[in-house]
Design a protein around this ligand. Structure first.
Ligand SMILES: [Zn+2]
Length: 389
């Protein structure tokens, strides 16, 4: 473990005096008040551009689709590898009106996006501006990138890795409870289709497609949970079948999509094998039902070695401000997977809990946002100081 301060002494005052609770409160509340569900990020992007512009920073737009772009700010000499601070500006929908306003109770801020991932966006904005206000600012090779579309297609990060600068490492802001995540899940999505012969509901010619699909889903769910130590979750994305006709008959078809989180390429393959085996069993068991499985898509997760410098610097930085420096796994996919696949040693890190993300009670602790911001700035400044020496 390197001996470090949260930030080199000369920069300390700038960082400590800039990253304050009132500043975080104001910035984060504004970010929450500007809705940015995936696909409708334009207003928030404009606010962030203005904010960065007010701090004298030049913003580059990287077009992703119509009215949608990633925001990029470069720092340091472009010929040298930089480190990257990335988070996503989109959120899931608000679901309730109360959720689209920012509400503060003590040290907690509630509202859509508070932890996923506007708390991280605020932490990274302040960390980046604080670094750029330091006396050595022009030399610190750090880039800031805010991506769109993380919550549905991941199109923002897909676009970013197509032509990004060379990065020594990256921190991706997501709610991890300030734990350093070096490993997180990917997933595989499987579509199950069954059809049965239409016949009298209470004297059917064969079994019902819906029951066969339900049975198959339960079997895949049971089989998936027998794997490894990491948390496995099976999620029914959607299911359709039957009809509302007043004339009772066995419905002709059923279709469902099932998503299982996975931690490696091998696990994706093993879930597909499991699905095919369960499908063959279900076909034998449910006479008269034609049933099949196909892959809708899959994404690999994040897997960054424990001895990676990004973990060393972030861990030392957290320790120096008295925070726990645990390294953990996350059961969900993030943009970090794309950076990792592009060969950038990446960790996911930020304030708030994944348990609160996507809920109607989404929240974040403002002191955690401050500590995340200081820890991130410290990690960058200490890495820079060491690479200079
Ligand atoms: Zn997120």
């Amino acid at each position: 473990m390197p001996k470090v301060t949260p930030y080199p002494r000369a920069m300390g005052e700038t960082i400590a005096t800039f990253i304050t609770l009132p500043r975080i409160n104001k910035l984060l509340s504004t970010l929450i008040r500007i809705p940015s569900p995936s696909g409708e990020e334009a207003a928030l992007l404009r606010f962030i551009e203005t904010y960065l512009g007010q701090h004298g920073l030049t913003v580059r737009r990287q077009q992703v689709s119509r009215n949608r772009y990633n925001i990029i700010v470069h720092g340091g000499n472009p010929s040298r590898p930089s480190v990257l601070l990335n988070s996503h500006v989109d959120t899931v929908p608000s679901y309730t009106a109360a959720n689209s306003v920012a509400r503060r109770v003590g040290d907690t801020i509630y509202g859509r996006g508070s932890c996923d991932a506007k708390g991280s966006v605020a932490a990274m904005l302040l960390a980046f501006v604080a670094i750029r206000r330091s006396s050595d600012s022009a030399n610190v090779p750090v880039d800031l990138c805010f991506t769109v579309g993380e919550e549905n297609s991941g199109d923002g990060s897909q676009r970013y890795v197509q032509d990004c600068r060379k990065h020594a490492w990256a921190i991706v802001g997501e709610p991890t409870g300030l734990r350093i995540v070096n490993c997180h899940a990917g997933y595989v999505e499987i579509v199950l289709t069954a059809s049965s012969v239409r016949s009298h509901a209470f004297d059917p010619a064969g079994e019902q497609a819906i029951i066969a699909v339900a049975d198959l889903m339960l079997e895949i769910n049971r089989g998936s949970h027998r794997r490894g130590k990491k948390p496995v979750h099976t999620f029914v994305h959607w299911i359709e079948g039957g009809d509302r006709s007043p004339f009772w008959s066995v419905g002709p078809s059923c279709k469902a999509a099932l998503v299982v989180n996975t931690y490696s390429k091998e696990e994706i393959a093993s879930i597909l094998r499991l699905a095919r085996t369960c499908c063959a069993t279900a076909a034998r068991k449910h006479k008269g039902v034609e049933i099949r499985v196909q892959t809708e898509g899959s994404e690999e997760g994040l897997d960054t070695p424990r001895n990676s410098p990004v973990i060393e610097f972030l861990s030392a930085s957290l320790h120096s401000i008295g925070r726990d420096r645990g390294v953990a796994a996350l059961p969900s996919w993030t943009d970090g997977a794309r950076l990792c696949a592009a060969g950038i040693p990446t960790v996911v890190f930020g304030p708030g809990s994944l348990k609160d993300a996507h809920t109607v009670q989404e929240k974040v602790n403002i002191k955690d946002v401050r500590d995340a911001s200081i820890a991130i700035a410290g990690a960058v400044m200490n890495w820079h100081a060491r690479s200079q020496s």
